[in-house]
Structures are given as structure tokens and as C-alpha cells.
Unconditional design. Structure first.
Ligand SMILES: Nc1ncnc2c1ncn2[C@@H]1O[C@H](COP(=O)(O)OP(=O)(O)OP(=O)(O)O)[C@@H](O)[C@H]1O
Ligand SMILES: [Mg+2]
Length: 401
């Protein structure tokens, strides 16, 4: 990584959140920036070095490192033993003795929980990557916390740690998450890991690709699209914009189109999402999208080509609005570089032709731009978090225990 114009990784610089550090216990100080402040100058210098040189810090033996991407719709893990797993972020508990007997499980996860949800107390414990309902102490909070704990422990179980291994995890959370919510995520994780730290999601995506300097990450999730400008430092509030033009928005638009165009067609939003995931495209040339939907119980073919394309297209304008704001408020000398390093991540970035559609819109509005895709959008966050975990010095993890 090249050194940028600012003093970003200056270990002596006070990170913004360092102010909170003295009020919390060392165990609770767990974002990289807080860690740097808490570990003092030596610790901070070690992190800065590791990040600067992208070097593998000396690794403790018998440790399994995990990168976890905790998403509203999907949670993924990437482990240093090579395991990778992703589950839909749903958790369900059998409602009564009958459902418990039928399902033969205390708790169900992912697609299985979704399929059996009528027999379950059903949770989608995360909202924008953090625990739903931050009103600590309320039953809703406690329920979501339990569901999040179970979800994290399940995703870790699927990473297949050996019994004798210590587990050190880095969890990616949205960059603008409040300290209370960070604490909640840490609480949820602690039961399952030996040492844990949080890092901002766009940071981990960019870190995984060695692109920390002048890059604009667009993470297209289900509920939100997060745009984040990276300039060699932890992103601050001014570096980020969150909009709700994302996967769910497209699903709703397509549902609206079908209701208006083919009022006789029957469908659920789940069916719509599956159609979108299979055919989503904003490319000029698309194959016809013809799907079967029931009409009075009988499968009937419908042409959704135009409706799906238009629905996908609705997020392009708002994304470029956000992008323009982040570019135009950046140091003028580096604006061109930023424009030419736009990185698409998240499940929604799999819409075909999206990179070119954004480039086209950028050409008209910003005079140009270059958009890249994450090669593995579903694992960008988890893979990047794993890389952060790897690059942190062992002593760092020891102190977090
Ligand atoms: N092939 C695909 N084409 C288009 N959209 C897709 C595709 N695959 C998944 N998606 C959409 O991506 C979204 C989920 O993305 P992702 O898993 O990154 O979200 P998340 O991180 O769980 O959510 P959030 O970031 O809002 O917390 C969903 O709307 C899903 O339908
Ligand atoms: Mg996400």
C-alpha cells in the first residue's frame, strides 16, 4: 500500500473513538482504532506496520482465525483452516412441544428456519448488520441477542474448529454502527470465541483486496447500500452514505410491476427474490425472462424481462447520487483517482451489467469513472475480515482475551 497524503495510520494520532476507551474495560475495547489507542503507541505502531506492509504477523500456534460478515440477510465466515460457510441470517425456535417433537431440534437456522417458520418463534436478529432493537433489557432485545448468539455460534461451528483450538475472530459491522451496538455484537460473539474484535465492513472488503487508498466501496446488501470512501484510514461519518436502494427495494419494485401488469399472478416476495437472484441484469442485451407463476393454482408463464430490468435499474441513479457526493467533497487533487477506483461488493453487486451501467451514469454526471467488481461478492467481507485477523500481531489478540 502506498502512503497517502494524510497522516492516517500515524500511530500517535488519536482515533476519534479513543475518547470512549477509558470508560470501558480493556476487553470491551475492540475496534481496530480503539485497540490501537488502548494498546498504546507500541500496539498502534504494530498494527500500523502490519497494515502498511500487509505482512503476516507472527501467528500463535493452535489458533483458528475467523473472519465473519454479519449481514441482515446472510452471515458468512471464512476460516484460516480453509472452511467457508454462509447461512441466511434467520434463527427459529420450536413454538411448543409439538413442533419440538416434529422438528427434533432446539434451534433451526438459515433456509431451514425460513421454511419451517410457521412452527417457530422466528427471528431475523440483525438490522443493518447490528442487533435489532437497541433498547437493552427489553424482552425483544434479549430475544434478538439470544438469536444472534446462536447464529454466531452456529456459523463458527460450521467453520469446524478443532476442540483444542483457540478461536480469534474479526467481525465486520457497518462502519456507522454506534458504540452500544458494537458492544451488543461483541456480547453476542463472546460466548463462542476466545478473542474478538470488530472492524468496519467496507474496511474489511477493501483490506481483503489490498485497496485501502482512495477507493470507493459500494456494498449492496438487502436492506441498505453502503457507500464508503477509503483513504488509507478508518472511515469516518463524512466518508459514508447509506441508502435504502438495495436488494429488498428491487424486490418490492418487481412485485409492484407484477401486481400492476399481471394482477392475476400469485406470488410471494420470497419467490420474487429468487427470480431476481437468477435473472437480475441491467445489461443492454438480455435474454428473455419468462417465469411460471400460479394463477388460480395453475402454473402460467409470464414475461418479466422489462419489469425486472426496470426494477434493477432503479438503484443505479441513487447510487451515483451518493457516489457524486463522496467524490465532490473529497480533496480535489485526489478526486480523479477516487472516481477510477469504485469497488462493488455485497450480494446485490451480482446484477449483471451493473458495473457498466454505473460507469455510464458516472460518465454523464462526473465526466468519467471506473467500476470494479469484487470477484467473490458473497465472501468479500468475511475474507477481508480473515485477512485483518491474520495480520494482527498475536500479542494483540492476547490482550483482548
Ligand atoms: N445473483 C444475484 N443478483 C442480484 N441480487 C442478488 C444476487 N444474489 C443475491 N442478491 C441479493 O443481494 C442481497 C443480499 O446481499 P448481502 O448478502 O450482501 O446482504 P447483507 O449483507 O446480508 O445485507 P445488509 O448489507 O443489508 O445487512 C439480497 O437482496 C439478495 O437478493
Ligand atoms: Mg452486508
Amino acid at each position: 500500500m502506498t502512503t497517502s497524503k494524510n497522516t492516517d495510520m500515524d500511530p500517535t494520532a488519536e482515533p476519534e473513538e479513543a475518547a470512549i476507551a477509558p470508560e470501558t474495560q480493556p476487553r470491551e475495547v475492540a475496534t481496530i482504532e480503539q485497540r490501537a489507542a488502548a494498546a498504546g503507541e507500541r500496539g498502534a505502531a504494530a498494527v500500523a506496520d502490519a497494515i502498511e506492509q500487509g505482512e503476516d504477523a507472527e501467528k500463535a500456534v493452535g489458533v483458528l482465525y475467523l473472519g465473519i460478515d454479519l449481514g441482515t440477510s446472510r452471515t458468512s465466515v471464512s476460516a484460516s483452516n480453509g472452511q467457508r460457510e454462509t447461512i441466511a441470517s434467520y434463527v427459529g425456535y420450536p413454538k411448543d412441544a409439538v413442533s419440538q417433537k416434529l422438528l427434533k431440534k432446539r434451534v433451526l437456522f438459515g433456509q431451514e428456519a425460513l421454511d419451517k417458520r410457521l412452527a417457530l418463534n422466528f427471528f431475523r436478529p440483525l438490522e443493518h448488520g447490528v442487533l435489532k432493537s437497541s433498547e437493552e433489557g427489553t424482552p425483544e432485545y434479549e430475544d434478538n441477542l439470544r438469536a444472534a448468539k446462536d447464529l454466531i455460534s452456529e456459523v463458527i461451528r460450521r467453520a469446524k474448529p478443532r476442540k483444542d483450538e483457540l478461536i480469534y475472530a474479526v467481525i465486520g459491522v457497518p462502519a456507522q454502527v454506534s458504540i452500544n451496538n458494537k458492544q451488543a455484537v461483541l456480547d453476542a460473539a463472546r460466548e463462542s470465541v476466545d478473542s474478538v474484535m470488530l472492524c468496519s465492513e467496507p474496511f474489511s472488503v477493501a483490506y481483503g483486496l489490498d485497496m485501502l487508498d482512495d477507493v470507493l466501496v459500494i456494498d449492496i446488501g438487502a436492506g441498505t447500500t453502503d457507500l464508503c470512501r477509503m483513504h488509507g484510514t478508518m472511515p469516518e461519518d463524512a466518508d459514508q452514505i447509506t441508502i435504502t436502494f438495495a436488494g429488498d427495494y428491487i424486490d418490492n419494485k418487481l412485485a409492484e410491476y407484477i401486481r400492476e401488469t399481471y394482477p392475476e399472478a400469485q406470488f410471494s416476495i420470497e419467490m420474487i427474490r429468487k427470480i431476481k437472484e437468477r435473472y437480475a441484469s441491467v445489461a443492454d442485451e438480455v435474454d428473455k425472462v419468462v417465469v411460471d407463476l400460479p394463477v388460480n393454482g395453475k402454473p402460467t408463464s409470464f414475461d418479466l424481462t422489462d419489469g425486472l430490468r426496470a426494477a434493477c435499474q432503479t438503484i443505479v441513479g441513487p447510487m451515483v447520487d451518493g457516489l457524486s457526493t463522496l467524490v465532490s467533497t473529497f480533496d480535489p487533487e485526489f478526486q480523479d483517482r477516487l472516481k477510477n477506483r469504485v469497488l462493488l461488493a455485497g450480494g446485490g453487486s451480482q446484477i449483471k451489467g451493473l458495473d457498466l451501467a454505473i460507469e455510464r451514469e458516472m460518465a454523464t454526471r462526473l465526466g468519467g469513472g471506473k467500476v470494479m467488481r469484487c470477484e467473490e461478492p458473497m465472501y468479500g467481507g468475511a475474507g477481508g475480515a480473515l485477512k485483518v485477523a491474520h495480520d494482527m500481531p498475536a500479542e494483540f489478540w492476547e490482550k483482548l482475551k
